[in-house]
Design a protein around this ligand. Structure first.
Ligand code: ACO
Ligand SMILES: O=CC(=O)O
Ligand code: MG
Length: 530
């Protein structure tokens, strides 16, 4: 499909493509691309410059050049009415069934996720836009082919927000001047172009979550995109509202600055804990003082995680912004009452901690967890939010943000990282960006932790199991062989052969053994995704 001489759609003819990729929508994407893609690429290059500085021993610190912003007295623009009470936000991919279920879940908000929970196959990219468009117009229903179960929207539904892909992800199926476009600009642009006016007419707005930012300059780029997009469609400035995920260690040092850049469009910050852990491992990977214990030991109460969430709450409240909590990975466990109760208790405890620390709302991964999270927030937060609660008692230093957590590396931790990594990548390559594995939600962020830990343990002198064995390439080969065999036995030969498991093992192996750490597993993964 060739629409204009310099805009080329190379992706297949998936249902809805013509309705979403209209000439007008493509023209809008082209304008975004022409104005902003060069800056996006330059900012991605800056990430690598900062990595080199860290590798050569530079210590992370708050930026001297933005001291005035940190010390200044300013606030973000007042929140729209339907963003004041965000006590429970459900997240999930944008397939038709789950989108309806999420909107009906009883959560206050729904973050439709085109990032961590979505494998950006061309089908998913277009299908997500079709489903979002239909949901906003309340013209969405679905009948499950396997069960015949019918799905339609309730009278009252959650307020919709959309998380476009991060700045790092390209869109290879939509080329401009022969080059891939930006996944962020495609996701944002199509959603905004088709729905912004409709959302406003329906009393809400174009609301976004912005993932994986590493600096306030990246926030500035988003803000400039928003200003341009609003002008183009003749929509008042400040209509777009966006919550930035503080889910990289670099961004943790620029919370004030990020809010400041987006102050007319900001809807606060969110503690995206899983990518945050991944980012710390990634950026500090070549620091000899830095090594993490098993993934399961890096909890929200270890000092560096506590420092990060406390700083986020303090910063947001000082700026009149919501400080959103994050995702507990537990989901309901079917057929095991004891494990199920334990999962619910863990989620309740996580939400109790968040609300009593001062968060204004939280995330859940599953409709079954909405009530549990709601109970904790209702109990400890009788007001719509607690932005007025200032945390002047909190003083977080640069050292505290990067304090190495204590703990051990175990064979079980190594096995679990490898097994979960393969299973998740297989799911992702099959088009499912979120998967239940061992009764936990796994998505791109959690899988990144698994593979980055194995990479680091092999290379770091302290990558030693608690029984004294060094994690090395030979142990890795031994364990992956066994874990792969166990997966094959569990899923059966046929599913193994059709479910992209061999490819996933291959990708996990190359990500682990290549000396150059891949910035994101989804980048080489995307080359394999159809
Ligand atoms: C680190 C981060 O970025 S977190 C945010 C990104 N990650 C996510 O958003 C993950 C969201 N969660 C999910 O995708 C799912 O809960 C999974 C994949 C983990 C588990 O899904 P399933 O295996 O389908 O769970 P389960 O079988 O218990 O689901 C029961 C019902 O709830 C629905 N459901 C489960 N999770 C969700 C969700 N997040 N949104 C909407 N519906 C959901 C299922 O579709 C199913 O519906 P049905 O009964 O009508 O068929
Ligand atoms: O996006 C959320 C995270 O935890 O990562
Ligand atoms: Mg994330």
């Amino acid at each position: 499909m060739l629409t204009k001489s310099n805009v080329q759609i190379t992706g297949e003819a998936v249902p809805g493509r013509e309705e979403i990729l209209t000439p007008e929508a493509l023209e809008f994407i082209e304008k975004l691309h022409t104005r902003f893609d060069k800056r996006r690429i330059e900012l991605l290059e800056k990430r690598q410059v900062r990595q080199q500085e860290l590798d050569s021993g530079k210590k992370l610190d708050f930026l001297p050049e933005t001291k005035e912003i940190r010390e200044g007295d300013w606030k973000i623009a007042p929140l729209p009415e339907d963003m004041k009470d965000r006590r429970v936000e459900i997240t999930g991919p944008t397939n038709r069934k789950m989108l309806i279920n999420a909107l009906n879940s009883g959560a206050k908000m729904f973050m439709a996720d085109l990032e961590d929970a979505t494998a950006p196959s061309w089908f998913n990219v277009i299908d997500g836009q079709v489903n979002l468009r239909d949901a906003i117009r309340r013209q969405i229903d679905f009948t499950a082919p396997e069960t015949g179960k019918k799905y339609a929207l309730n009278e009252e539904t959650a307020v919709l927000m959309v998380r476009p892909r991060g700045w790092h992800l390209p869109e290879k199926n939509l080329l401009i001047d022969g080059k891939p476009t930006s996944g962020s600009l495609v996701d944002f642009g199509l959603y905004f172009f088709h729905n912004a006016k409709e959302l406003i007419d329906r009393g809400t707005g174009p609301y976004f979550y912005l993932p994986k930012l590493e600096s306030h300059l990246e926030a500035r780029l988003w803000n400039d995109v928003f200003i341009f997009a609003q002008d183009e469609l003749g929509i008042p400035q400040g209509t777009i509202r966006a919550t930035v995920l503080i889910e990289t260690i670099m961004a943790a040092f620029e919370m004030d600055e990020i809010l400041y850049e987006l102050r007319d469009h900001s809807a606060g910050l969110n503690c995206g804990r899983w990518d945050y852990i991944f980012s710390v491992i990634k950026r500090m990977r070549n620091n000899p003082d830095y090594i993490f214990p098993d993934r399961s030991q890096v909890t929200m109460t270890v000092p560096f995680m506590k420092a990060y969430t406390s700083l986020c709450i303090k910063t947001c409240h000082r700026r009149g912004a919501p400080a959103m909590g994050g995702m507990a990975a537990q989901i309901p466990v079917k057929g095991d009452d004891e494990a199920n109760t334990a999962a619910f208790n863990k989620v309740a405890e996580d939400k109790r901690r968040e609300v009593t620390d001062g968060h204004d709302g939280t995330w859940v991964a599953h409709p079954g967890m909405v009530q549990t999270a709601m109970e904790q927030f209702d109990k400890y937060m009788p007001t719509p939010n607690q932005i007025d609660k200032q945390r002047d008692d909190v003083h977080v230093t640069a050292e505290q943000l990067v304090e190495v957590p204590e703990g051990s590396i175990t064979e079980e931790g190594l096995r679990s990282n490898i097994s979960v990594g393969i299973q998740y990548i297989a799911s992702w390559l099959s088009g499912n960006g979120a998967a239940p594995i061992n009764h936990l939600m796994e998505d791109a962020a959690t899988a990144e932790i698994s593979r980055s830990q194995v990479w680091q343990w092999i290379r770091h002198p302290k990558g030693v199991l608690e029984d004294g064995r060094k994690v090395d390439v030979s142990l890795f080969h031994e364990v992956i062989e066994q874990e792969d065999a166990a997966i094959k036995q569990a899923v059966g030969e046929e599913r193994y052969n059709t479910g992209h498991y061999a490819e996933a093992r291959e990708l996990f192996t190359s990500l682990t053994l290549q000396s150059d750490f891949a910035e994101f597993l989804t980048l080489p993964g995307y080359e394999k995704l159809t």
